[in-house]
Design a protein around this ligand. Sequence first.
Ligand code: DAH
Length: 354
Amino acid sequence: MKERIVELRKRFEDQLGNVADPEKLEELRLSFLSKKGQLQDLMKELSKIPNEQKKEAGQLINTFKQEVQQRFDEKKEELAAAAEKLLIESTESYDESMPAAFPCGSYHPITLVQRELEDIFESMGFDIEDYSEIVSDYDCFEAVNIPKFHPARDMQDTYYLTSKNQLLKSHTSAAQNAILRKYGPALKESGRPIRAVFPGRCFRNEAVDASHDNTFFQMEGVMVDKDISISNLIYFMKTMLSEVFGREVTVRLRPGFFPFVEPGFELDIKCLNCGGKGCPSCGNSGWLELCPCGMIHPNVLKMGGINTDEDPFEYTGFAFGLGLTRLAMMKYGVRDIRVFNDGDLGALSQFISA
Ligand code: DAH
């Protein structure tokens, strides 16, 4: 048996030395190690040798089998390394300074407007917050003073999940309660005013047309401290909008109803195209409706853990809900809201960011 193995090893090594690609290697493997391979033939020969030599011969065959397997594995690695080396050497060298052969990507226009606003608010001391798109009924409605069966819910029909009383948030006001709870302790302990903005994607069960979509973006903001008044609200809104439009804007407040603010307002800016005289872009009114806002309702401050029944006006604050999608439409002159969500790169790539 020893001689048979020596002879087979020699044959195997000779053939292995000639193998230059993975296919040939596999053929060789099959010819030695498969069920019909040469090592199996060797096993069959075991039956012909005397019983007392069988054990030793069996061990010899097994050791040889392991050796053959190991030599295959080594050769396989060797071939893979050689192939990789060849690939690296044959690939043309890479020139970093070459201009891109395909068009560069760009930020989505909503992202551009959102980031710009975040920078402006950050410079005025606001924290930027993020909030989930799936929220509870409590956060979206009850915590902002819209109890179950309140008619104001009709204006914000949204998409309900089948589990755990959850829904897709219909407005960024859904984060107000969480923000008040997060920053309330610092306000009370160290007098740090709550100043936060929270942009986010909102959903409503809308009939889609050029100015309505079932998915849109808002940016909500709140400020809470002692003695916050409507003057503070006007100041912040005016400063922020002048920054956004890059020039001084004139604002006006009209009464508006929203259950989470009292009093509530619609904030308009004087039309930047006609200076208030009236033109097609402002519907000839001279004003553009831009941002609903108001003084945070005492119930909302109470549910957010800010005030108690003993002193429901200890802290006061304002809130606003900017339509980011609307702002992006105005800023970039987009006439159809559907452009933002239908993923048409041809349309969206016009908004190349600097
Ligand atoms: N959440 C309101 C909506 O989507 C917008 C809004 C109005 C937000 C007044 C506010 C506010 O914070 O004070 O229709």
